[in-house]
Design a protein around this ligand. Sequence first.
Ligand SMILES: [Cu+2]
Length: 231
Amino acid sequence: MKKIILTIFTFVALVLFTATLKAADESAVMQEKLQKAMQELKTEIRSAVTVDNPGTITGKVQCRRVRHSGDAVVYIEKVGDNKYDAPVEHGIVDQMNLVFIPHVIAVQKGATVDFPNNDLVRHNVFSPPDCCNQFNLGTYDVGASKPVIFDKSCEVPLLCNVHAEMSAFVVVIDNPYFAVTAKDGSYTIDNVPPGAYKMKTWHETLKSEEQEVKVEGGKTVEADFELKKRK
Ligand SMILES: [Cu+2]
C-alpha cells in the first residue's frame, strides 16, 4: 500500500514539475518574441510620394513628466491639398503577453492595420464608442488576425474587452509627412516639398504643441518641441 502511494506521489510531483518547466519555457519564448516585435514592427505607415528637390525636418521632442520621450507623433498639418493615395503597405499591431506592439503607430489616412493575435490567450480589440473610428473585432483565437481600415484623420485608442490593462493608439494623419519619436525624443521627417508649414505634435497624455517651419530644397531644418501635461 505504502509503495503505491509513494509511486502516485512521485508521478504527480513529476507532472507538476514538468508543467512548471513548460510554463517557464513558454514565458521565456514569449519574452523573446515580444522584444523582437518591439524592434521590428513599424511605427510609421505611409505611401511613397515623388517630390522634386525635397527638404528634411528633424529635431527632438522633450516629453516632460513621463517615463520617456518616445511614442510622440510630430506631423505637418497640411501639405498641398492633403490628398494622397492610401498606403499599400499594411500596418501591424501585434498582441503578445497581454501587450499591444507597437504602443503607438502613426499611419497615413486610408491605411489598413492588421491585428494578429500572437499571444497564448484570446483577445478582443476594440476602439471606444466616442472615438472617430469605432470598431469592435470580437473575441478571436490565437493565430488569427483581423484588419481595420483607418480612413479618418484622428486619434484612435485601442483597447481589449478581455484585458483592461491593454492599451495602444493608432494616430491617423492626412498626409505622409509625420514621424513617431524614438525614446530619446528624436525624429526625422524627410522627402518634404519646399514650403512653409504648420507642424503639430500628438502625445497620449501631453498637450499638443505647434510650430511654423520653412523647408528649403536639399536642406535640413530643425524643429524642437517641449510637451507638458494637459491642464
Ligand atoms: Cu486582451
